[in-house]
Design a protein around this ligand. Structure first.
Ligand code: DON
Length: 320
């Protein structure tokens, strides 16, 4: 049985959880100066580096929040989890993983290096190249229809019908995202993707620009913690076969070239985004959403990682 069941936070009341997350924020705040908002997407550079938030969505007691929990930010690479779920729903596990691998890279999230290999097949769906392939597979008659299907699934997983996207961040990345263009054209020349690259990228950039707050991603984490069932309605949202793949790829690849160290220090399936969010999954117990736009050199939230380290170490959350 997963060790998270033994955590003092399992079945703890909301007072205990609230105290834990307040301590975690106080612990993390002094580290914020070690990072800075992403600036390779110009719109993201406008974020306030002092923002910091954590929200816990337990399977038993609902939400506990601390800090800037209602501050909106863009999903960025957290979107890769949802794109993978939808592509597998559309085509099945085998068809999706014919086009993308399941191995971590140890390279930066937007690296082009490994696409030079014979197959042009990206190593996993959590890096940019892999997510672009996965996005190109989503069913729909246009990029816009694919985007709407992704947004619908995000809304269902977060239990928030009002979620939309930031047109400013989308345009900002569309105007500057030449590295993703390079990855895409490399993959089209290698036969991994087909069709209109700009249309695929429009869908990918728009979904990266989906606007959420910490409560939304904590609820997403709670569905993944609850074996794919909504803790509120009991509805199955992600089949168990898919969920197992998603959670394991979050462990091995979800924090990019920090995934190994993060597994040792925190030990939770997690996915970060350059908007400053991280979603973490404590199986059978809770989803955790953290937000802090000051990022480290690998594109992970400095404050977010520190909050998760604190909670895992002091409340025995690691699954290992
Ligand atoms: O494609 C990009 O570069 C961004 N839209 C998303 C990258 C990202 O979030 C990496 N995460 N830490």
């Amino acid at each position: 049985m997963l060790s998270a069941k033994k955590s003092p936070l399992f079945a703890a009341g909301t007072d205990t959880i609230q105290k834990a997350i307040e301590e975690a924020i106080a612990y993390a705040r002094p580290f914020l100066g070690q990072g800075a908002p992403a600036d390779y997407i110009p719109e993201l550079a406008k974020a306030n580096p002092d923002h910091l938030a954590v929200c816990v969505a337990t399977l038993e007691h609902g939400l506990c929040c601390c800090g800037d929990c209602h501050q909106k930010f863009t999903l960025q690479s957290i979107s890769k989890v949802i794109s993978l779920i939808l592509a597998v729903e559309d085509h099945g596990v085998d068809a999706v993983f014919e086009k993308v691998g399941m191995e971590p890279t140890g390279d930066p999230f937007n690296s082009i290096l490994r696409l030079e290999s014979a197959s042009s097949k990206p190593s996993n769906p959590m890096i940019n190249a892999g997510a672009i392939v996965v996005t190109s597979m989503i069913k729909g008659s246009s990029g816009e229809e694919r985007f709407q299907r992704l947004l619908d699934l995000l809304r269902r997983l977060c239990g928030n019908d009002a979620l939309g996207y930031s047109e400013e961040t989308f345009r900002s990345e569309q105007n500057t995202g030449d590295k993703n263009r390079a990855l895409s054209y490399m993959m089209r020349s290698g036969g991994i993707i087909s069709g209109d690259v700009e249309e695929h990228l429009e869908c990918y950039f728009k979904f990266c620009s989906a606007l959420v707050d910490c409560t939304d991603i904590a609820r997403l984490g709670a569905v993944l913690a609850n074996d794919g069932y909504s803790p509120q309605t009991g509805e199955c949202m992600v089949p168990l076969e898919v969920l197992k793949i998603v959670r394991s790829l979050m462990v091995t690849c979800g924090m990019y070239d920090f995934s190994g160290e993060f597994a040792a220090l925190v030990g939770l399936p997690s996915k970060s985004g350059v908007g400053g969010g991280i979603v973490s999954v404590v199986p059978n117990t809770m989803g955790i959403g953290v937000f802090g736009p000051a990022l480290d050199g690998r594109g992970n939230s400095v404050g977010g990682v520190k909050i998760l380290e604190y909670l895992s170490r002091n409340y025995g959350l690691s699954i290992f």
